[in-house]
Design a protein around this ligand. Sequence first.
Ligand SMILES: [Zn+2]
Length: 144
Amino acid sequence: MNRSQQLEQLKQDLLHRREALSRALTGDLTMLQEIRRTGGDVVDFASESTAEVLSAQLAEAESRELANIELALLKIKKNCYGQCEECGNNIALPRLEALPYAPYCIECQRMMEDMDMEDAHSDAPVAFPTLSPTNLDSRSTDFA
Ligand SMILES: [Zn+2]
């Protein structure tokens, strides 16, 4: 299969997955469970949980995934699917197969994850002494 055939295959997968997620969000998990059983998805369904509980737990993740899929389908329409949003290079097919709505190539993704980690560090609370009344008092006496 050449790349465009592969992308067509991924499009079919995306459409199928969108359908399954839409149904799951309305409480019908059968199609999604089917995909997950055959696709070996990491998300494991606890057999004792009711569909209601499951859909509540998964609704947020599924809504997000659904939004990602919609975006990917939009890109297919615009003929820019499979291209990295950052550098514009083709995203490697194995990556798209693993994550069909990946917006970035692996290089850009890694770069962003590195930047995220730096952000996380700078966001970490700085150990300033708390400005409790006692501290303020002792400081004012120091200056006096
Ligand atoms: Zn890139």
